[in-house]
Every structure is written in structure tokens, then in C-alpha cells.
Write a protein that binds this ligand. Sequence first.
Ligand code: ATP
Ligand code: MG
Ligand code: MG
Ligand code: MG
Length: 562
Amino acid sequence: MKQTATFIPTLRETPADADVKSHQLLLRAGFIRQNTSGIYSFLPLGKRTLQKVENVIREEMEAVNSVEVFLPALQQAELWMETGRWYSYGDELMRLTDRNNRAFALGATHEEVITSLLRDEIKSYKKLPLNLFQIQSKFRDEKRPRFGLLRGREFLMKDAYSFHATTESLDDTYNDMMQAYTNIFTRLGLNFRAVIADSGAIGGKDNHEFMVLSDIGEDTIAYSDQSNYAANIEMAAVNVEYPVSNEAEKEIEKVATPNQKTISEVADYLNVSPEQCIKTLVFKADEDFVIVLSRGDHEINDVKVKHATGAKIVEMATPEEVLEQLGCEIGSLGPVKLKSPIRVYADHAVKSIVNGVTGANEAGFHFINATPEKDFSIDTFADLRFIQEGDASPDGEGVIKFAKGIEVGHIFKLGTTYSEPMKATFLNDQGRAMPYIMGCYGIGVSRVMAAVAEQFQDDNGFTWPDVIAPYEIHIVPVNMKDETQRELGEDLYKLLKSYRYEVLLDDRIERVGVKFADADLIGLPVRITVGKKASEGILEVKYRRTGETFEWKREELLDHLQ
Ligand code: ATP
Ligand code: MG
Ligand code: MG
Ligand code: MG
């Protein structure tokens, strides 16, 4: 591609509203532009790199027999109602209506759509397993879109879904996908770990997150310095024996859907700041009262206050009623005393409590100055606490260290979480109708691109790894008005293209300083400078990542470039 024909609007200054390195440089090097909060356009270079990330993912998906499809982004609300997520997904789901006032969602994820698609088609165990993937824009109305592509409201995701007749078959596919993900992130040159993770809003059982180690990561990972043990801090509890029955867990799942309030709604209602609210809200569970407090998407946006009788929701309790019942006041930051010991029904509630008590993510976040046992009893959970740096690793090997991570991928064993409510069944080998056993597997394609951008750069610009650099070679004639230089530049451009190299030719009439600065900013792996020695047929070749420079004759170039 000739630079005069394409569109690479580079910037000299660092844009003021971009606060992480990848975002700054993606803007400066002309890869992306912001349209509005969390929504971006990919310019020609950005689009090429994004597509290369996609291709690596595609190849590794196909290698484990995952097959590409393309599902609708516009999804009728009825599907989401079948699983209850229309009510439980919350404000992140972009909702709209058509001209006939029929409700729709813009796809935030596709479990419902794909399950509904297959339930009418795959009726026999003989057609299972099946593993399908797509690469498509997802829409999530993130509360705090930030860090450029890392947390967008419209972003590109690869999502795969697998369907099985047996749990053994799901286990096999899950392992295949784990391997595929490992290959993908390795090929992209990322420094990552697969960590044990919490299942969050998608629901389900076993799951792993793929975390790129980075100081700007929003998650904290606990890992062993000597073994493969690694877990999201939300999951890494020690001394845990959840004294919670499956029955009880089910119960809280049932009450955990409608009538949720976010912390900001509760805070608005109480007319206090969210921080104030979180500091003074305490939670408790007894026979007819369940409050689940969790950190949600790493923000204080997920306080769920529910008034329940058994498994049936009666009515939302107001925070004031909660506080009155608990005997504490808004603004009282001292030790919190509860009237009765906390009893919890489900392990995610336990985690929340422990989280607050120990300040695993942020010290004293939920309970200020409250000490377990001293200020209140947490009954049978007294031994339960989150893992800390310096603890022995739960697998007995090594010591726990903490690191920050960017979640680039997430794989789940869903089991029958979706197929059961959606009545998506097949006939097993005994002729009995059984719900599909499912898995789901996501990668944030655009987030991955930003994670690589964060890692591959120096003071002058990008140092893209070969696999996803927008072009392989940048030819820079120093002076386009010099006929010898211009002709040699164009000759090389044709030559390299005929050998299937992806080449960008800087055919602009610009000062050499500008050309070099732009070339460094864009960061293609190889730069070929055509300057004064062009008359002798000599070129300067510079490798962007190492800074190594060579003077080669035109005739030697192809041999050397291998
Ligand atoms: P996060 O915890 O960062 O909000 P998530 O757990 O909500 O992510 P998943 O539902 O697991 O995300 O989606 C699969 C993948 O999609 C994630 O692992 C991540 O790489 C990517 N992803 C999720 N939300 C965003 C976003 N707002 N912008 C860009 N990529 C995203
Ligand atoms: Mg999220
Ligand atoms: Mg997450
Ligand atoms: Mg996730």
C-alpha cells in the first residue's frame, strides 16, 4: 500500500483523554479514533491488525474443530426472557424496540441465540458434540468504558459454544479449548496465565480466565511462584470448606434474579455517595432476608438487596429498612455490630462477606474497622478468608504472589444452565430426552489487540510482533523528489510485493524527520530506508524491535530478509 493512498492520521501530541499507553499510541499512530464513549472506529492500520488477531484465533479454533458461524446481533427479548436474563442482566444489556414496540437486545453474548438455534436442529446424541464459534461485535453498556479498546461498549469478541451428550465429552472439548487459547495467546507474544475464575453473570461451573499480566489490569491474580497454581483473587480462598449444600445454593440462585438494585441506585435513594453507601451497608442473611453484596465488575455497582421468603421474592427491602434491622446508620463508619450472627446460603454470598472482611481487593472496603469475630460472628465461616501474598500455595508448592491482569479470554463449563430453561434437548442412546450439556468460550478480540499494544511499544512507538503488525515492511524513501531514491523505492515495493510481503511505501513528500517519526510510531517490524546510497544500490534495513541496522545491496535483500 502506498501511504499517499491510505489514511494514517498520526498525531505528534499525546491525546489528553487517553490515560493508558495502548490507547494513547493507538490514537497517535492512527489506528483508531473514538466516536463516543466506549465506541471506536478502526482506521486502515487498526483494521489490518484487528483482522490479523482474528485470523490467529480462527486458525486455532479450526484446529480444534470449532466451526465458524455468524449469528444475529439483534436479538428478540423473548429469548432472554426464557432464561430470565432479560431481568437479571441489568443495565449492561442494550435494549431497544422495533416499530411495533417489540423488545430487542443488542447481543452482549449469544448463549440464548445459539441454544435456540440448535434446539430445533440437533435432536440426537449422534449429532453431538458440536462446537461453533463466531467473531462479532458485542454490545455492553459498560458503566465505565475506559482504557480505549480495553473496555468498550461496542467491541469485537470471538465467542464459541459447544454442545455435548456427556460431561466427559464437554471435558474433552474444554481441554481442547484451553490448549487453543494457550496457542493463541502464545502466538500473539503475550505474557499470560490461565487462572481459576468466578462464574459471574453467565453462570455455570468450572471456568478459567486468561489473564495478560499488566500493571493496568483490573483484576488481581494470586499465583504460586513455583507451580502452575493461579486464580483470580475473587476465587482464591484458603481454608475453605463451604458448608453450603447444593440445595441451598439453588435457592439463592432462584432469589438472585429480579428486583436487584445497584449500589448507585441505593446510594441515590439514600442520598449519599456510593462509597459512603458501601461503607455503611452491611449484609446479613436469615430465613427471610437475603442481601448479597459483591464487587461485580470491579466496581461498586453490584449491591443486591433482596427480601425473600424461602425461594420466593416478596418485595425489595429498602436500604433504610435494612440498616434499621441491622441497627446501624448511614455515616457511622465505626465498628459495625449486627443483631444476630450472619448466616449465608450460597458460596458467592460467603465470598462477598469474606471479601469485605479481609479487604482482599481493597482493604476495608465493605466494612470499615470491622473485624471478624470481634465485631460480629461469621459463624462457621470463621476460618474462611481470601488468600494473601506470602501464603503457602493451596497446591502445596511455593508461595503466593499477586499480579494485576487484563482478562483477555474466559472459558466456561456451562452444563445445562441454558439448555434446561430453554428446553433444548436431544435424545440420548436410550431414547431419553436430555438437555444439552454446554460450554462457552470467549475472547475479547479488540481487547487482545489493545493488550498487545500495551506490551509491544517503546518511547518512539509500537514494536508490533510480526504476526499482527499491520504490514511487514515499511519502505521509506528519504526524499521522494530525488528520482533515484523514488525509483529504487518503487522498484523495491514491487519486488517485495511480488514475493508476497505486505509492504507499506512512504511515498509522501515530507521531511525525513517526519517520515522516520511516523515509521517508528506505526512500528512495522522492518524498515527499509532508501537514502543517499541509493545511487550505489545500497539500502539501510532496520529492525524495529531490536534496533539492529544493516546496509544491504538490493540484490542481497531477499536472502537476508528471511
Ligand atoms: P470484564 O470482567 O473485563 O468485564 P467479562 O468477564 O464481563 O469481562 P466475558 O463475559 O467473560 O467478559 O466476555 C468474554 C471476553 O470478552 C472477556 O474475557 C474479555 O476479553 C472481552 N470483553 C468483555 N467485556 C469487554 C469490553 N467491555 N470491552 C472489550 N472486551 C471485553
Ligand atoms: Mg464485564
Ligand atoms: Mg470478568
Ligand atoms: Mg469473564
